[in-house]
Design a protein around this ligand. Structure first.
Ligand SMILES: [Zn+2]
Length: 498
C-alpha cells in the first residue's frame, strides 16, 4: 500500500484595516517566506502545522507534501498582488500534489486584502474546489481572527490557540494533527459546530475570567472522549469586515448535538462576562503619576494600543510627552518607530548631541512628532530581542537621551527603531546597553504579549490607554462593514431572546 499523502501550507498575517501600512510581497519575505521544503525547523506563530506535520508524518511513514509557508508581521491591508500571487502559488502546489487525503493549513484568520475581505475563506473554498468533498481540510487559527461562514463551509474543522499571550501555538498544532491522524486512520469523524457570541471583546488568558474559561475548555476536552477540540475565536476588532466578532467552535467525534450544545453554553458564558475580560487600563496622566509614586521599580507601563503586533506603526508619542510633562526620571522607552530619526542618529554617531524630531508621523491621534535635543548613546545596526525561543529583529536602532535646554539629561532615554516590532522582552533594552531592572520606569509598546517576559522583572505592570493609535472601542470605532447587532455596538444583540 502506498503511504498516505497530506498537503500542508501556511498563509498568514493580521490586518488592521485602519492601519496606513500596506503589506506587499516584500513584507512577507522580510518576515517569513519559505518555498516548499525550505521552512526552518522552528515554527513562527502560524506555521507550526508545517513543523509538527513533518514529525507526525515521519513517525507514521506518511508523505507530507509541503507547499509555501508565508507570514507577514501585522500591519494594514495586504496588496492585491501579494495576496493573489501567494494564494495561487499555494493552490498550484496543491493541484500538483494530487491525489492527497488531507489538506492542512496554518492560517492566522484576520487577513484582509485589497479587493478581498475574506482571503482565508477564499483560499479554503478554492482548495475545496480542487480536492473535492471527500478530502479532509483543516487549519490552525489565531483566535484574533474572523470566523466567516465561507470558511466554516469549506473546512472540516479548525483548532485555534487557546492562550493569549499565544504560548500554545505548537500545542494546538499537535491537537490539529492528532485529529487529522485519528480521522485518516478511521478512529474519529470530526464534526464542527459554531456558535456566534454576538459580541466583541479582548480576552487575555493571563487573568480572570478568561483563565478559568480556558481551563474549563481543556477539562472538557480531557474528560469527554467525544470532544475532539474546543476553541474560542476572540475576534479582531481592528478588522472592519462584516463577520467580525467572537465565536465558539466545538469539534466533536460525530456528535453534532453535543457540539452545538457545548458551543452554545460556552458562548453564553463569554457573553455573560462581556466587558469584564479586558485588562483594566489607565489613561496616560494617571499611569505616569502612579508609576512615579511607586516605591520600587521597574514599573512597566504598557502603551497597550500602540502595539505594532496589532498592526499599528508604534510611533505614538502621547505617553512619552506625559512622562516629560510630569518630570519622570529613570525612564527607558522601548521603542518608538522612526527610521528617519535612526538614520540621522546613525550618521551623527555615538556621543553626538543634536536637535531631533521623531515619532508621531504615521497616523492621527498618536501625538505630534517630538522635538528635542538628544545625545546619541548607542547605535546598533542589527538590534534584536528575544521572544521565547525565537528572535525578533528591530534594528537598525538608536538609543538617545533627551536633554534639557541647558544640556543636562532629563532622565528619559528612548530607543528608536527601524523595523516595527512589538515590545516582547526586556532584552530589547539590554541589547541597546540599558539594564532594564535598574530603571524606575520602562515604557513599552505591547497589548499583552509582553507579559510573560516582563512580569518576572516588574515591580508593577500598568496597562495604559494613551491616545487612539488603534480602533480600541468597538462601540464607537468608525466601522463601515462590521454589523451593528453585536455587543457593545448594541446593548442587547439577542433582542427578546434568552
Ligand atoms: Zn492573536
Amino acid at each position: 500500500m502506498s503511504p498516505r499523502r497530506i498537503f500542508v501550507a501556511a498563509l498568514a498575517t493580521e490586518t488592521n484595516t485602519f492601519s496606513p501600512i500596506v503589506i506587499d510581497r516584500r513584507a512577507f519575505e522580510a518576515s517569513l517566506y519559505a518555498p516548499p521544503g525550505r521552512h526552518p525547523a522552528t515554527p513562527t506563530l502560524c506555521t507550526a502545522p508545517v513543523t509538527v506535520g513533518r514529525r507526525v508524518c515521519a513517525e507514521r511513514g506518511w508523505e507530507l507534501i509541503e507547499g509555501t509557508a508565508a507570514w507577514a508581521d501585522p500591519a494594514g491591508l495586504v496588496s492585491r498582488g501579494a495576496h493573489e500571487s501567494l494564494r495561487d502559488e499555494i493552490l498550484d502546489q496543491l493541484r500538483a500534489a494530487l491525489p492527497v487525503e488531507a489538506v492542512v493549513f496554518g492560517l492566522h484568520g484576520a487577513m484582509v486584502a485589497q479587493g478581498c475581505l475574506d482571503p482565508e475563506g477564499d483560499l479554503l473554498a478554492r482548495a475545496r474546489e480542487i480536492v473535492g468533498p471527500g478530502v479532509l481540510i483543516c487549519a490552525e487559527l489565531d483566535p484574533h481572527s474572523h470566523l466567516t461562514a465561507k470558511r466554516v463551509a469549506a473546512a472540516d474543522f479548525f483548532v485555534a490557540f487557546k492562550e493569549f499571550p499565544h504560548t500554545d501555538f505548537v500545542d494546538r498544532a499537535e491537537d490539529l494533527w492528532r485529529i487529522v491522524a485519528d480521522t485518516l486512520d478511521g478512529r474519529v469523524r470530526p464534526v464542527m459546530c459554531v456558535h456566534d457570541c454576538r459580541m466583541i471583546d479582548v480576552f487575555p488568558t493571563s487573568r480572570q475570567p478568561m483563565r478559568g474559561f480556558v481551563d474549563t475548555m481543556m477539562a472538557i476536552e480531557r474528560d469527554d472522549p467525544k470532544v475532539l477540540s474546543l476553541s474560542a475565536i476572540h475576534g479582531f476588532m481592528a478588522g472592519d469586515v462584516p463577520e467580525m466578532g467572537t465565536k465558539m467552535i466545538a469539534v466533536t467525534d460525530g456528535d453534532a448535538d453535543l457540539g452545538a450544545r457545548l458551543a452554545r453554553e460556552l458562548s453564553e458564558r463569554l457573553f455573560a462576562n462581556r466587558g469584564h475580560h479586558i485588562m483594566p487600563a489607565m489613561v496616560e496622566t494617571e499611569a505616569v503619576a502612579r508609576a512615579m509614586a511607586a516605591e520600587a521599580g521597574p514599573v512597566v507601563i504598557a502603551d497597550m494600543w500602540d502595539n505594532p503586533g496589532g498592526g499599528t506603526a508604534g510611533d505614538a508619542t502621547v505617553l512619552l510627552r506625559e512622562l516629560l510633562a510630569q518630570g519622570a526620571t529613570g525612564v527607558a522607552v522601548g521603542t518608538i518607530w522612526d527610521p528617519i530619526a535612526v538614520q540621522l542618529c546613525s550618521v551623527a554617531g555615538e556621543g553626538a548631541e543634536m536637535p531631533l524630531r521623531f515619532g508621531g508621523k504615521s497616523a492621527p491621534m498618536t501625538g505630534e512628532p517630538l522635538d528635542a535635543m538628544v545625545r546619541v548613546l548607542s547605535v546598533v545596526p542589527d538590534a534584536e530581542m528575544r521572544f521565547g525561543e525565537s528572535r525578533v529583529p528591530f534594528g537598525p536602532a538608536a538609543r538617545v537621551a533627551l536633554l534639557r535646554e541647558d544640556g543636562s539629561e532629563t532622565g528619559i532615554e528612548v530607543i528608536l527603531n527601524t523595523v516595527r516590532a512589538q515590545s516582547f522582552d526586556p532584552s530589547l533594552f539590554s541589547v541597546m546597553g540599558i539594564e532594564p531592572s535598574a530603571r524606575k520606569i520602562l515604557a513599552i509598546k505591547s497589548t499583552n504579549h509582553f507579559y510573560a517576559a516582563f512580569a518576572p522583572i516588574a515591580a508593577r505592570i500598568i496597562y495604559c490607554s494613551a491616545g487612539k493609535p488603534y480602533p480600541n472601542d468597538p462601540a464607537t470605532n468608525p466601522y463601515r462593514l462590521v454589523r451593528d447587532d453585536i455587543w457593545p455596538r448594541c446593548e442587547n444583540p439577542f433582542g427578546g431572546e434568552t
